[in-house]
Write a protein that binds this ligand. Sequence first.
Ligand code: ADP
Ligand code: ASP
Ligand code: MG
Length: 487
Amino acid sequence: MLVMKFGGSSVADAGRIRQVAELVSAAAGPSEPAAPIVVSSAMGGVTDRLFALARTALGGRDARADALERVAALQRHHDEALAGLEPARLVDDNTTRTARERFDRYFTELRDIVIGVSLLGELSPRSLDAITSYGEKLAVELVAAALRAGGTPAEAISAEEIVVTDDAFGNAAPDMAATTERAARLSDLARAGTVPVVTGYIGASPAGVTTTLGRNGSDYSAAIIGAAVGADEVWIWTDVDGVMSADPRLVAGARSLPALSYVEASELAYFGSKVIHPRTIVPAVTAGVPIRIKNTFNPTHPGTLIGADASGSGAVKGVTVIRDLALVTVEGLGMLGVPGIAARTLGAVATTGANVLMISQSSSESNIALVIARSEVAPALRALRDAFAPELRRHDVDAIGARDGMAIITIVGSGMRGTPGMAGRFFSVLGRAGINVSAIAQGSSEYSISCVIHDDGTGAGSGDSASSEHTVHDALRAVHHEFIETQ
Ligand code: ADP
Ligand code: ASP
Ligand code: MG
């Protein structure tokens, strides 16, 4: 069994969807043992448009018309893609009839939900999940129709019927046992010669309420389904030749990595390499399913194989960056030697739902620094000031503050373990590029080292005109050059 997941750029229009259908049909051929199960993202840009129209709907009566016009525009976009899938003579054939019927139903539901949000003036995480789930539900109809139009039996299936999750709307977690039971339907279909085309990104709670796994979650869906059916491999098809040593949009010399261990891939994903969703690795490791990242636009390229073994040369395999962060600090000489300060700091921030990307504590224990997204700073500061109110009054804690305009730059590679001097080299190359380092942390696995750098232009050594783009991208390029290009 082979799970083939296609990202938004791979299903962005009719031409690309036809290309996807060809790749799947080739794997589904009678001489192929693969029996593919397809997982699809929404058409490129559609999820963003759904989020935007959901927020528009909140704006009262005038905004309602605007939101509904946006729904109509999405309907035209999908109708156009459907019309582009097959020759005119087939238009009334079964290959697209099902899709057209489902489109009608989905757009009616979507309009009703949008009107509901607008009337109530309320957009709960649950409603937002309901609205944004339609991107994938529509896309699988297109992919299944394209397969049928090419002569491959296929059935579009909403993961609401397969992936059982908790009810953490916007960031749901799967119940693997329940999901495995329901996923048997997919293996049965695939073995019988019908390609199941399943929605990425979404699931449903045990009560049947639609949930989503979080932005970019279709990769995670593919791994969940791959683990649930005991797939031989999960192939994630995207628009680049696999996982690369850096984001190829930012570093011209970035190269494709033939192999990564699960840990390396998850560190790269966690620290900002957008190519796979960070949680993708979890079900794959548990079930021992290898993941391959492949390029829909260059299908003969082997891409990247992610598995239990880490092979390949060079201590550092990749460099990543995360931007729009803030460094939150809690400091005071009265904290010295007092147990539990770090735990209380993390606990207070956790109550706000903020994701702590990095934590570092000065050796004197008089300073703790946390890195979180800039958008999460205000509630985190409020929670910290509440939690440490007595210490602030006693001046055991002198200051709780935040500095935004920060970024984390990380080097990743299992070969760093036991290679001395990596952190020193990392510091020196940033120093030579004129970049200030505010904090440093090493992953406990020793597979990654991260530096917090200024992302506001002030850290650049190149004068007043330096923009933050330059600071961060220069840093990334300098580090990539040092550890990858000169290896
Ligand atoms: P999809 O729509 O297929 O899910 P994404 O846009 O989510 O695709 O991810 C692919 C993009 O991730 C690439 O186009 C690339 O610009 C970006 N990217 C960032 N870091 C990396 C990296 N280290 N290797 C490959 N791609 C990366
Ligand atoms: N369509 C969803 C998103 O844009 C999920 C995905 O593409 O992976 O976030
Ligand atoms: Mg993606």
